[in-house]
Design a protein around this ligand. Structure first.
Ligand code: ATP
Length: 251
């Protein structure tokens, strides 16, 4: 009798992912393998399909074709909460927090739906509250615990969103433009947090236009153009790839 070894688990990969909006081919036959345990960056000109790709991976929109595999399991077209439960956390390009809830309340609604119902009934789980407070300390906004989120700076809201993502203990974290609209001091703090969380074993996939951040933070860079990857490699390799210059500069 012969046995077949299971395929080696790879953290996250897509094969032939495709999504159109009417006549706009936002993501076209995108086959991408992200490096597990690393900080992966996804870059590309405006409109090259990065956010649509993110949304297909995290179940926010359904791809027209192709597959998404996470730790060897097909997660294509699963609803977002099931993908989150599988271990993929994400932030959004336009930060999503509940503006009239306090920072701590935002942390508590970041947990699962069943707990959200508990929260609405006023039944707070003490362990969740402890965990939320520890994460607020970690991202450096614990002093704002009782402040309504709308009174935070945009950068502080991004830190809150990241802390909320960490409430789910994801092993893979997808950040959509973490530096967008954030002042330089907080960009530095977000970058340091990403590095620390990565050193603890979490895989990152970061969409970002801030090239200083991308090049200093990432281990592996994937470049999108017109809906598909056109180049990948270390920051140094990608920066000197003529296809990348062409995509950005149209030369
Ligand atoms: N819901 C939608 N309906 C119609 N077209 C869309 C929709 N979402 C995205 N698109 C189009 O799909 C293409 C890819 O957009 P997407 O936002 O994924 O690119 P991006 O690389 O994330 O851009 P940016 O860097 O500017 O955020 C663009 O032409 C965009 O206008």
């Amino acid at each position: 009798m012969t046995t077949t070894a299971p395929p080696a688990a790879r953290s996250l990969e897509t094969v032939g992912l495709t999504k159109s909006f009417g006549g706009v081919h936002a993501v076209r036959d995108a086959t991408v393998t992200f490096q597990p345990g690393k900080i992966n960056a996804l870059i590309g000109p405006n409109g090259s399909g990065k956010t649509t790709f993110f949304n297909c991976v995290t179940g926010m929109i359904k791809p027209d074709a192709g597959s998404v595999t996470f730790h060897g399991e097909d997660i294509t077209r699963r609803p977002p909460h099931r993908i989150a439960r599988a271990g993929i956390g994400r932030s959004f390009q336009l930060c999503r927090v509940f503006p009239r809830m306090t920072v701590l309340e935002n942390m508590l609604v970041a947990v699962s739906r069943s707990r959200f119902r508990e929260l609405l009934k006023g039944a707070h789980n003490p362990e969740e509250i402890d965990k939320a407070r520890a994460l607020l300390v970690r991202v450096g906004i614990d002093h704002l615990e009782n402040t309504e989120a709308r009174n935070l700076s945009y950068g502080q809201q991004k830190l809150l969103e990241l802390a909320g993502v960490l409430m789910g203990d994801p092993d893979t974290i997808m950040l959509d433009e973490p530096a967008g609209g954030v002042n330089p001091a907080l960009i530095g703090r977000i970058g340091t947090l990403v590095q620390e969380l990565n050193a603890e074993g979490r895989t990152f996939l970061v969409v970002e236009h801030n090239m200083d951040m991308v090049m200093s933070l990432s281990h592996h860079v994937i470049v999108f153009d017109r809906g598909r990857p056109i180049a990948e490699g270390t920051p140094d390799v990608v920066q000197s790839d003529p296809r990348v210059l062409e995509a950005y500069l149209g030369v």
